[in-house]
Ligand binder design. Sequence first.
Ligand code: MG
Length: 375
Amino acid sequence: MKAYAVILCGGSGSRMGKKENKTLLKIGGVPSAVRCARAFAPAVAGTVLVARAGDEKLFRDALAAYGVPALAVVPGGEDRQSSALAGLRALPADADIALIHDGARPFVTEEIVRRVMESVEKYGSGVAAVPARDTVKRADPDGRVLETLDRSELWQMQTPQGFPVRDLLRAHETAPGRYTDDAALMEAAGYPVRLVMGGYDNIKLTSPEDLRMANGMLTPRVGTGWDAHRLMEGRELWLGGVKIPYEKGLLGHSDADAALHALTDALLGAAALGDIGKLFPDSDKKYKGISSLILLEEAARAITGRGFSIGNVDVTILAQAPKLAPYIPQMREKIAGALRIGADQVSVKATTSEGMGFEGRGEGISAQATAVLFR
Ligand code: MG
């Protein structure tokens, strides 16, 4: 059976105290909506993202910046229910199962997605939820307790919520009222709803505290890198992925971009994946003259493939000449593109050593870098 994800990103940031849509807020350097789409990607046949009308391009750009695929970004309606329906209507004709997910639940995992899918295949529905941990009471508007509910029967609802597309569409199209989630709508329409274990960390970002908690749930890892190459006549000068007009260039097996080499080592170091020489050996002819941006991209893929996201990177280039300041904005763009992160997460600085050392004498250029990853 073919399952598709429908990720709802139509909410506003009002309760979050932000103007920006809350699903575009970055958790550990990656927007919540992108984290969601990335978690679904390996498990589903495709993803439709539902944005607030007018915000579609923002989401398309965010997905593209992080290299996460989506079939379509479609405009939603004025509430959750009409947005879910808009997403369902945008699914391809071969869709058997729809998994509706809140774009503000950035910690959904592939494992939860697969549990929900298996339940839909087996029982006709699967809704992520967790058993209530706190005692729940019913009270009147004055706070007088009316009843203590039996906690052993209580579950807190999460997403994804999975159903056969046909049933869910029919329930939506004939819904007599408004419901807070798809499970409630399906219950009201008389369909059985089956709970599957979600995760206590599959939290929903609603208030500013949630955002702080979400960022605090990630474990940071730091890496450093250093590199230097000799300056020679008859070579092109490449630094930070940018070709810089100069009478000399750096000597090396690849394009000898010391800044990108230091950065690649910082990223690999933070993930404890060895160093650039281990991943791309000098002895391998395929790396001769290669653009170091390609090496950086490959290192980034190795890192994100192991579940890390990049928080920020900082590179310092030490060169007596040429003047590098005019090229720094372009370097930041190139690096951000290769790492699939925002340019605001990339810092590049250049300095001289006031004539001291090999850099000061113009014999070579060195660079150092720091990278922060999150998992
Ligand atoms: Mg090097």
